[in-house]
Ligand binder design. Structure first.
Ligand SMILES: *Cc1c(COP(=O)(O)O)cnc(C)c1O
Length: 425
């Protein structure tokens, strides 16, 4: 078992709650910085290395700006994410546009910003031409090898069941067409499995993509500028999982690079990543208060957060570790379902979880919400999005997104004549 330690003490949480009531997501600046530094260290052997943070994982400009200090760019998947990147000054090759089912105008928007377009489908060559007038000089394609993706003997995922990317034949054809239409530099991208808690994933993926790059270069005489290993590097949500070691992961990729690219004379190829979860996941927590207890056929603890603040447990059955602050060392001698208040029975942060006795008013710390937490939030049942806070390196707390108010909820109904005074509170 690996210790899962909150980055907040009960005393610190109480102090913060006086100013910002629960629920809220809070992020640990120190953790984010140390991790970003390690990511760059792990790939420092590669001259062009760049991490494009997957904006969808956590689109908070304060947090993205911390990552930008280390050299990270933005991996965007929609126009609004592109706008966000532009608004924080990330343009040109600081943008990777890895979208799918893309509306035509979004290609143009990305191209106008100078971002790198990563094509999900062969038909999008024509779409980009139509949208942008001609193809950009540097472009990338997303690869889907089909079949089953395995690491040694364990099945990691099923690319043949995924909607993303191009088949090997399509990729060859696409690159040939793109070359003929004036593209001068090429990238290859693949995202074959999510949340891999193993140091092997990037190495195994690299083998596949580097060999493909060598073959494509030989067959089409094109310049491969970068390989984008995309996301998928996971985090240990459960205490029995061993955390990934990014330094070892970087080493594994380096070995494959030296084995495949160096002898092929391709040692100027840049390695890109598009990690979201690994960059932010462990450095966020959802802090909530126990407000109800209920004893029927099971024991329930109701908290003031719900799936609208963190939907992963409800839709994927995902495990998020829970610490009752101040009871870190207490016996876990109770079994609870920890629930939110949505009118959906899946609104449970934990089911049959062994925890210390929870009293009303206890602060419940839900771990690992830094990625795909707040960002997947929604307004079902009239729930409002919470605030986001940053626990700064100097120990102070900064509001980096205010909580929604009812006014925000009603704001898109400006076509309806509400009794304004009733919604102004
Ligand atoms: C979601 C996503 C990522 C980030 O994935 P993580 O598992 O969070 O690292 C990167 N690239 C693309 C295209 C994605 O859709």
């Amino acid at each position: 078992m690996y210790l899962k330690t909150p980055f907040l003490t009960k005393e610190k949480a109480q102090e913060i709650i006086k100013e910002f009531p629960t629920p809220f997501h809070i992020y640990d600046e120190k953790g984010i910085r140390e991790n970003a530094e390690n990511v760059y260290k792990a790939f420092s052997w590669n001259k062009g290395f760049k991490e494009y943070f997957a904006v969808k994982a956590n689109p908070n400009p304060f947090l993205i700006n911390i990552l930008r200090e280390y050299g990270c760019g933005c991996d965007c998947s929609s126009k609004t994410e592109l706008m966000l990147s532009k608004a924080i000054g990330a343009t040109g090759e600081d943008i990777m546009f890895s979208s799918n089912d893309t509306p035509l105008e979004e290609f143009k928007y990305c191209n106008d910003l100078g971002g790198i377009i990563n094509l999900d489908d062969i038909t999008h060559i024509e779409a980009v031409e139509k949208a942008c007038g001609r193809l950009p000089k540097k472009m990338s394609c997303r690869f889907n090898p089909g079949g089953i993706f395995q690491i040694t003997n364990s099945i990691m995922d099923r690319p043949d069941d995924a909607k993303y990317g191009m088949t090997p034949d399509q990729l060859y054809e696409a690159f040939a067409i793109m070359k003929q239409k004036g593209v001068e530099e090429f990238g290859i991208h693949a995202f074959l499995c999510s949340n891999t808690v193993t140091n092997e994933y990037y190495g195994v993926l690299s083998k596949l993509l580097f060999q493909l790059a060598v073959d494509l270069k030989k067959a089409l005489d094109i310049k491969i500028s970068f390989i984008n290993l995309s996301g998928g590097v996971g985090i240990p949500y459960t205490p029995d999982q061993k955390p990934n070691d990014i330094l070892e992961i970087g080493e594994n990729v380096r070995k494959v690079y030296e084995e495949i690219f160096t002898p092929a004379g391709m040692d100027d190829v840049a390695i890109y990543t598009e990690m979201g979860r690994f960059m932010m996941g462990p450095y966020g927590a959802l802090v909530t208060t126990a407000i109800n207890e209920k004893h029927i056929y099971k024991e329930y603890i109701g908290v003031d957060a719900c799936a609208a603040n963190l939907m992963r447990p409800a839709i994927y059955g995902s495990y998020h570790h829970i610490t009752v602050l101040g009871k870190e060392n207490a016996q876990k001698d109770h079994t609870y379902d920890v629930t939110g208040s949505l009118c959906e029975n899946c609104d449970k942060f934990a089911i049959n979880r062994r925890l210390p006795e929870i009293n009303m008013g206890d602060i419940v710390y839900i771990h690992d919400t830094g990625a795909h937490g707040f960002s997947m939030g929604y307004n079902y049942n009239g729930k409002l999005r919470s605030a986001e806070l940053l626990l700064c390196t100097d120990g102070s707390t900064k509001l980096i997104r205010r909580a929604e108010t009812p006014k925000d909820y009603f704001s898109t109904f400006d076509c309806f004549d509400f009794h304004k005074d009733l919604i102004s509170e």
